[in-house]
Design a protein around this ligand. Structure first.
Ligand code: NAP
Length: 258
């Protein structure tokens, strides 16, 4: 994808970092965004050396007010335009709902929902004007089921799944596709930051390498598929709730979240 530029949020670690390598390996130029600028700069140096692509970094807190517009303006001031928006930055917090502070939940809702939506708002119109573009939203298999002890996180990913599919239907006629990537448990900093160290179920799960998720997400996006669930086990986990009464799903999940 020579002369095409992808903006990847949350590129300093985990799936976002792996996506940066995946995109660069296909010749995309990159704009990388996260708060830890030193990690982004090191990543950019590595990508330029290995894949000979152009990489810009923007050390930026996406939860700052009017972040999407400010990011769009910063990118325009660098004479760059975005052909692909990858909404990857996200967070979750493990624990009983009533024990979480509202501030923690509000930050999750803001980053996972508001920031992702506002980035679609500011970058999609340029893609529609050019009659070409890709949006890749990193959702989760969490979006298919309610998740006791990760309630706000699961709900936020259900939003991402729903929004992505609706936008795909709206924007496809303009040759702009929206792909929702749904990883299951994946190697990254996510679980440590989410405070899931106490979650016993995690020790039974095999984590998927972030590189595998990135590769499959990229392929699905390039085929303009609206949704991809990564791996057979994750597809089973995503589909199995349909086979049981809705009222069983959350109580069943609760038994695993210990
Ligand atoms: N790991 C899993 O099992 C899993 C499964 C399904 C879906 N996902 C989703 O995958 C996405 C990536 O997560 P990950 O697993 O790769 O976790 P991660 O390693 O913690 O990566 C999260 C990324 O988001 C960035 N970020 C967080 N808050 C930010 C902010 N306010 N402003 C800018 N950047 C911010 C972080 O960078 P800085 O800290 O440098 O800002 C980091 O680069 C998330 O949307 C997550 O929900 C993960």
């Amino acid at each position: 994808m020579k002369n095409q530029t992808a903006l990847i949020t949350g590129a300093s670690s985990g799936i976002g970092r792996a996506l940066a390598f995946e995109f660069a390996s296909h010749g995309w130029n990159l704009v990388l965004v996260a708060r830890r600028g030193a990690l982004l700069d090191q990543l950019a140096t590595d990508l330029r050396a290995i894949h000979k692509v152009e990489v810009s970094t923007i050390a930026f807190d996406l939860t700052a007010s009017n972040a999407a517009r400010a990011l769009h303006d910063e990118i325009s001031s660098r004479n760059l335009s975005i052909d692909c928006l990858v909404n990857n930055a996200g967070r979750g917090h493990f624990g009983e709902f009533i024990e979480q502070s509202w501030q923690t939940d509000e930050e999750t809702i803001h980053l996972n929902i508001s920031v992702l939506t506002s980035l679609c708002h500011v970058f999609a119109p340029d893609m529609v004007k050019r009659r070409n573009g890709f949006i890749l939203n990193i959702a989760s298999i969490a979006g298919f089921v309610p998740g006791p002890k990760l309630a706000v996180y699961h709900a936020s990913k259900a939003y991402v799944l729903s929004l992505s599919q609706a936008l795909h239907a709206e924007l496809s006629p303009y040759k702009v596709s929206v792909t929702a990537s749904c990883p299951g448990p994946t190697e990254s900093e996510f679980f440590e930051k989410a405070g899931t160290q106490k979650l016993k179920a995690l020790s039974y799960l095999k984590l998927m390498p972030a590189e595998t998720v990135a590769h499959q997400a990229y392929q699905a996006m390039m085929h303009r598929r609206p949704i991809v669930v990564h791996g057979l086990m994750n597809r089973l986990m995503a589909e199995s709730p349909r086979l049981m009464p809705k009222s069983w799903v959350a109580p069943l999940l609760k038994t695993f979240m210990k």
